[in-house]
Write a protein that binds this ligand. Structure first.
Ligand code: SF4
Ligand code: SF3
Length: 547
């Protein structure tokens, strides 16, 4: 087959098998290939740093940050800008060349570590280093499963780094694991073990980010978030980076410009530190994939701090700004390294020339059920479980997406028995967080812990409940897992849950295309991973016929 590109890293990959001409996400073949080359040179750099660590050398945090930024750039819907990606490749090769000079024993280094290319060679090289260069489909499947998990982990690590939290152990693991995906001597079992180890570091990465967020902004509290709009012009902030939001809130004080969250930025409203800003109005819109309509009606500038960007319509392209790992050709990118203050004055000036947002809904939603808040409510929750008022918790965390089949999650939430409580995190929540599913003894039936990385909170809550109920095994809790995935952050969340010993996770709306039949079988046999069927059938699978 004549491939122009090959990418199967997300749930919406063409035909559930692979995007080969252009991405369903809007990524063009040349951008997809250039991302493959960025991954390749990042793996090469990682092989060099891993060897240097073996030789007892220390790696600078700036090199660790280069690795995590590069992987973040290649996450679905983060960066469509070929020029930015090309520059990242050049910079990575430059850093690698310098480090390579320090390596004493170069015999263990793979080809990727030794490749020295110039920009004029990038296009050709990019076509030679993609996913399909690994011929054995099971090895390829595990290499990609690990790489995608590392992309998610890198995103979370980068957010922690932005709050000046670094963890050399996590960074050295990311680089060792990346280098291992180039190592042809590793067996399937070695790669399965590395997959589990990736999950272990997934837990640590999410814990690091949780610590960074809560130390900087306080523990999330139960909060009501306004869905309507005010009369001032506004800026809409999307993506996951709380430090960017903080800088924007500081710079908009006294300007007459309001700030609204969109999609994964909604949970910012739950943090005490952001409540002090009078112009931090509320949340506008839904999950990422509805942005074409919502960015149009918002009317003011939009700042994308990370994924998910949908290729913008011309009607609002001049109002779309990116920062950090995010990028889109033709949209202004606000630069700023870790620890630097970014200058958002251009976006604020733009907002002043725009009309106030058009209201698309009214009312409010409730969230803020991260681990600290839920553990404060533990007595109430445990009593409700003991009295039988709450029969089961249903973890429905993860990502949303545009696939029509995702209406399943709304219907599933509606069909759940009334004595169940949904635990959620990530943009998957938009499928059911406005349904008014009611409360059980004052406990809302949808408990939103926050962003996708706050799935960590759900794991902490599960472990706390295990302790309170005196159980041996996390799987003895009355918790079922029906998780939705789309991009690679959900992959690290899944691997983290598997590492914690959670079994029988249902994953949908489709299983990842990058799981070969044999690798999928390993996950099914060892962890009871399953897909989804119909709402009725799944309700029966989870709750039995009587419901
Ligand atoms: Fe296709 Fe998803 Fe890759 Fe985009 S990220 S090219 S939609 S598999
Ligand atoms: Fe959503 Fe992109 Fe994954 Fe952080 S914003 S969960 S899809």
């Amino acid at each position: 087959m004549d491939y122009q590109m090959f990418c199967y890293q997300c749930q919406e990959t063409a035909g559930c098998s692979g995007c080969t001409r252009a991405g369903v996400c809007g990524k063009t073949a040349d951008v997809a290939n250039m991302q493959d080359l960025l991954v390749y040179v990042t793996k090469g750099l990682s092989a060099v740093t891993t060897q240097l660590r073996r030789e007892g050398k220390t790696i600078e945090p700036s090199v660790n940050h280069r690795v995590t930024l590069n992987l973040f750039i290649t996450i679905t819907n983060a960066n469509f800008d070929k020029e930015m990606i090309t520059k990242a490749i050049e910079e990575t090769l430059r850093v690698k060349q310098e480090l390579l000079k320090q390596v004493v024993n170069q015999t263990r280094l793979p080809k990727a570590a030794l490749w020295e290319g110039t920009v004029s060679q990038f296009e050709q090289k990019a076509k030679e280093v993609g996913v399909l260069t690994t011929e054995n489909e099971n090895i390829r499947s595990l290499r990609e499963l690990i790489t995608y998990g590392l992309k998610g982990l890198s995103a979370y690590t980068k957010h922690a780094n932005a709050l000046l939290k670094d963890n050399e152990e996590i960074d050295s693991f990311i680089q060792r694991a990346l280098a291992s995906t180039l190592d042809d001597s590793l067996s399937l079992n070695d790669l399965i073990a590395l997959t589990m180890e990736t999950g272990k570091y997934g837990v640590e990465g999410m814990a690091l980010l949780d610590q960074a967020n809560t130390q900087a902004y306080g523990n999330p509290r139960i909060s009501k978030v306004k869905l309507g709009v005010n009369k001032n012009p506004g800026i809409l902030v999307s993506g996951h980076d709380l430090r960017d939001l903080e800088m924007l809130l500081e710079q908009t004080q006294g300007t007459g410009v309001d700030v609204y969250t969109h999609s994964e930025m909604l949970p910012a409203h739950y943090y005490p530190a952001f409540k002090k800003y009078p112009n931090f109005v509320g949340n506008y819109g839904n999950a990422w994939w509805r942005q074409k309509e919502e960015f149009e009606s918002f009317g003011g500038p939009i700042l994308m701090t990370t994924n998910c960007i949908v290729p913008p319509k011309d009607s609002y392209k001049d109002r779309l700004y990116t920062t950090g790992a995010a990028g889109y050709p033709g949209c202004r990118h606000i630069a700023g390294k870790i620890g630097e203050k970014k200058d958002f004055s251009e976006i604020i000036a733009k907002a002043k020339t725009c009309p106030p947002p058009t209201e698309i809904e009214t009312g409010e939603i409730v969230g803020g059920f991260a681990h600290n808040q839920v553990i404060e409510l533990a007595d109430k929750i445990v009593d409700a479980v003991k009295e039988g008022a709450i029969k089961k918790f249903v973890v429905m965390a993860g990502c949303d997406g545009r696939a029509v089949s995702r209406s399943y999650y709304t219907d599933f939430a509606k069909a759940l028995p009334k004595d169940t409580v949904i635990l959620t995190a990530g943009c998957a929540k938009y499928r059911y967080n406005k349904l008014n599913l009611g409360e059980i003894g004052g406990i809302p039936r949808v408990l939103d812990a926050g962003q996708c990385n706050d799935s960590y909170s759900l794991a902490v809550i599960a472990m706390k409940l295990k302790e309170v109920f005196g159980l041996e095994d996390i799987n003895d809790l009355p918790i079922i897992y029906n998780i939705a995935w789309y991009e690679q952050k959900a992959v690290i969340v899944l691997l983290a849950l598997l590492y914690l010993g959670v079994k029988n996770i249902h994953l949908g709306p489709t299983l990842p295309a990058f799981l070969s039949p044999n690798v999928a079988k390993v996950l099914v046999d060892n962890f009871g991973i399953a897909g989804i069927t119909t709402v009725d059938q799944d309700i029966e699978i989870f709750f039995g016929k009587s419901n």
